[in-house]
Design a protein around this ligand. Structure first.
Ligand code: UDP
Length: 351
């Protein structure tokens, strides 16, 4: 099959791959490299401090992380890509709502990957985008993510993946529980604390609290519990994160929201550490209950579920994750979507 000229438009807030927090940038990194390895001509639009096997194009030399969520950097960065649309057979936008809205302005097919939940204002905005830019096809990262808005112009489901070489399996079980994630009520750090206290086990917490809401949640629900049993390590780097995951007895994922995917779950499974999660969002698409983790209906029974998690074989947990969340599978899913989009508008030019 002919190689495609593909533009991958990353979010601009963190470099690709990210040095600290930043889930989408990991996916974009894996995807762009995987597409290059599959023989395609790939340009990654990301900040200039990114690392990639693709050609790198940027408008911001360093990621404008301190302006996260502001409109101007996002619009500036996305337009830089769209101005060059005619050079590509397909554009795959991961950048955010402004990037998706602008996609209708160019002739090149644009596929936008939805990384966030849709049971919020964003869901309504995607409906507006579908009306204003009906040619922009949407890619989900789990089938559950689509549930609030099944009638959006979905063209593919491409679950996330992991570079397994960066998450070595560790066959021993440590003595602490782990919570890894943003300081937000949705993610449920306070519920993880409750589980650790009930189980009488240490809990290590790593996660981001850069934003005002995250800080106030932390101050109110996490900080008062810190001590010898409950420890907060701040926002950890990749290396620290892998060690924490490898040495944990189990990773707790006590979410109470429609989590669109949940990378932390596959990171934990890659390291051979079972995940105990509440049955919300994409959890049952990511974990196989009784094989790679334990899914419960209520976080209050997580402590009791520990014994079941202890019985799971770390190598089998890892194999399950490799089978389902390999970069090859993800790249293949995306390529199928790109080819179908290119077919819809006619034949691509050969590189
Ligand atoms: N993460 C990190 N350092 C931290 C906490 C989290 O690097 O201190 C990473 C985590 O390992 C994962 C990402 O941030 O790769 C969070 O992605 P996920 O899909 O689990 O949740 P999101 O925050 O995107 O809802």
């Amino acid at each position: 099959m002919n190689p495609l000229r593909i533009a991958v438009l990353s979010p601009v807030w963190f470099p690709v791959p990210p040095t600290g927090y930043g889930g989408i940038e990991w996916i974009v990194w894996l995807l762009a490299d995987g597409l290059v390895e599959a023989g395609h001509d790939v340009t990654l639009f990301a900040s200039g401090d990114s690392r990639t096997k693709a050609k790198l194009d940027w408008i911001y030399e360093t990621a404008p992380s301190e302006r996260i969520g502001m409109t101007l950097p996002e619009v500036h960065h996305s337009l830089h890509c769209y101005e060059q649309a005619a050079d590509f057979d397909v554009i795959n936008d991961h950048s955010g709502l402004p990037g998706a809205a602008m996609g209708g302005a160019v002739q090149t097919p644009v596929l936008h990957t939805v990384h966030g939940p849709l049971d919020s204002e964003a869901g309504t905005i995607y409906e507006q985008i579908a009306r204003v830019s009906p040619g922009v096809g949407l890619i989900s990262i789990s089938m559950n993510q689509r549930r609030p808005k099944p009638d959006l112009p979905w063209v593919a489901n491409c679950p996330n993946a992991l570079d397994f070489s960066l998450y070595p399996v560790q066959p021993h079980r440590g003595d602490y529980l782990l919570f890894l994630g943003r300081m937000s009520p949705d993610k449920g750090c306070h519920r993880a604390i409750d589980v650790a206290v009930t189980a009488g086990l240490p809990l290590k917490i790593a996660g981001k609290k850069r934003e005002a809401l995250e800080q106030s949640y932390f101050d109110q629900y996490v900080e008062p519990h810190l001590g010898s049993q409950i420890e907060y390590l701040g926002e950890v780097t990749h290396g620290e994160k892998v060690e924490l995951l490898q040495d944990a007895r189990a990773t707790l994922f006590p979410i109470e929201w429609e989590e669109p995917f949940g990378l932390v779950m596959i990171e934990s499974m890659a390291c051979g550490t079972p995940v105990i999660a509440t049955r919300r969002g994409a959890v049952s698409e990511v974990i196989e209950h009784g094989v790679s983790g334990v899914i419960v209906d209520d976080y209050r029974i997580m402590a009791a579920a520990l014994e079941e998690a202890d019985r799971l074989d770390p190598y089998e947990i890892r194999r399950y994750a490799e089978r389902n969340f390999s970069p090859e599978r993800m790249v293949g899913d995306y390529l199928d979507a790109y080819r179908a989009a290119v077919e819809r508008v006619g034949h691509p030019q050969v590189v």
